[in-house]
Design a protein. Structure first.
Length: 456
């Protein structure tokens, strides 16, 4: 019987899975393969929260395959070596994989292509599996990628997406040895509030969010930055691991229609935008996209306080503590934390990006690194010197202080918006709070940044 191999990476689903559908169509039997990649661990990207979430995703993927007569084959080691072993053991003539954008993913594809050519096996790399629109599908006339979001978005909206695909009805897997599935419970160092992963969980969350009237997609335009309301979709981990299809999300949102759906689709386009930037400029994961001549400060005391949520800026500390507890935080909290570190403390964006990758369950290289560069003013932001005022942002997005009281319990006794200004309390009352003084006065931080960028 003919055999193909489906190599899963960040596309851990059976619904709307072009690479899996192609592998099933290509042969009488298919090996659904996941390699626990030791290279990821050596590179320092094997964070506990993502490893635990991944275990959920693999278990759910295995269940989805078993419902169709198949199963997931798990191997441990270097990806190219393990794929070639499976090809040799089964006589497979084709391997299918979703296209990646990071430098690591591109090197993996190159190694696979060379190694499989040597054993006379074809590698098929499928676009449009991880993103809604593949990187490079739309480009400006004078370069290989868009550097500004607005013109990219106009072209993105005008470009048709591929049709969504049903899950395969049947997956026939040949006899082949594999390792036991990883277990979430075996992972240590996991954030206590980490959400559950897997395709079933992702599809259930999506359906629920699409139908909730007050906190779902209908309210997204008005409330997606509502920090205490917790009204974001929380689908980013499922997009990162590919338990949900970005293409399907765009199409289901568009069928809902309305301002909320349009705002949500725009966020999905931002994700595609960052992927096309990183695909064209892989070094942007660690190098300034647009260098500003920065000579960043590196104050270990300030960095540690920021990581622990002890900066003395309540809205920033609330976000950082949510990150520690859940391995996730809403986009508005990420922007505030990043702006504070890079623009108020004037600390290298790479330090913040690394900390986020150590904790975020949705720690995606393209989105994490390029959002950090946007906040630092070294990326694609057309206003690179903008500074988000934490107090003004708190008044707008946490007007009653409920988000801060939830995540900074030392301040929970302070009523209303006053929770954002504990430094203004009378000294006796202030001294009773187990909460630090601000690391830096906001005006001093702005002046520090202006001097560093030559704006004063």
């Amino acid at each position: 019987m003919t055999v193909s191999v489906m190599l899963f990476t960040s596309d851990l689903r059976v619904h709307d899975q072009p690479a899996l559908s192609a592998a099933v169509d290509a042969a009488e039997t298919v090996v659904p393969l996941f390699v626990v990649d030791q290279g990821v661990r050596r590179a320092g990207f094997d964070a506990p929260n993502r490893r635990a979430f991944l275990a959920d995703c693999l278990a759910s993927l295995d269940t989805g395959l078993r419902e169709r007569g198949g199963r997931l084959v798990v191997r441990l080691g270097e990806v190219t070596e393990q794929v070639c072993r499976v090809v040799t053991e089964t006589g497979a003539r084709s391997v299918h994989i979703a296209a990646g954008v990071s430098a690591y993913a591109q090197r993996r594809e190159d190694r696979l292509r060379r190694a499989l050519t040597d054993i006379r096996c074809a590698l098929h790399v499928h676009d449009g599996v991880v993103t809604a629109l593949p990187p490079g599908r739309v480009t400006p006339a004078d370069r290989d990628h868009f550097a500004v979001f607005t013109p990219y978005f106009r072209r993105w909206e005008e470009t048709g997406l591929r049709r969504t695909l049903a899950a395969p009805r049947r997956v026939v897997v040949p006899e082949l040895a594999g390792r036991p599935l990883p277990r979430r419970g075996a992972v240590t160092g996991v954030s206590p509030g980490l959400a559950r992963g897997g395709e079933y969980e992702g599809r259930h969350r999506l359906t629920s969010w699409l139908t909730r009237p007050r906190t779902g997609i209908r309210a997204y335009e008005e409330r997606h930055d509502d920090l205490p309301g917790d009204t974001t979709s929380r689908l980013s981990p499922h997009l990162h691991f590919g338990t949900l299809s970005a293409t399907e999300l765009v199409q289901r949102a568009r069928r809902k229609g309305g301002p909320g759906a349009a705002a949500f689709v725009r966020q999905l386009a931002w994700r595609d935008f960052h992927h096309q930037v990183l695909s064209a400029r892989p070094d942007a994961s660690h190098t300034d996209y647009r260098a500003r001549g920065d000579r960043w400060r590196e104050d270990e005391k300030e960095i540690t306080a920021w990581k622990e949520g002890r900066t003395g800026c309540p809205i920033v500390d609330a976000g950082m503590r949510q990150l520690l507890h859940e391995g996730w935080m809403p986009n508005r909290a990420r922007l505030l934390a990043a702006s504070y570190l890079t623009k108020t403390l004037y600390t290298d964006w790479r330090i913040g990006a690394r900390h986020f990758l150590d904790l975020l369950v949705d720690g995606d290289i393209a989105n994490n690194q390029l959002n950090w560069q946007w906040a630092a003013g070294t990326g694609t932001d057309t206003r690179p010197n903008r500074i988000l005022n934490p107090l003004a942002q708190a008044r707008r997005f946490d007007p009653r202080g409920d988000y801060v009281r939830r995540w900074v319990p030392e301040l929970s006794s302070l009523p209303g918006p006053g929770v954002h200004r504990p430094q203004e309390l009378p000294r006796p009352q202030r001294s009773r709070l187990d909460y630090p003084e601000p690391l830096v006065d906001p005006a001093e931080g702005r002046a520090r940044f202006a001097r560093a960028r030559g704006l004063d």
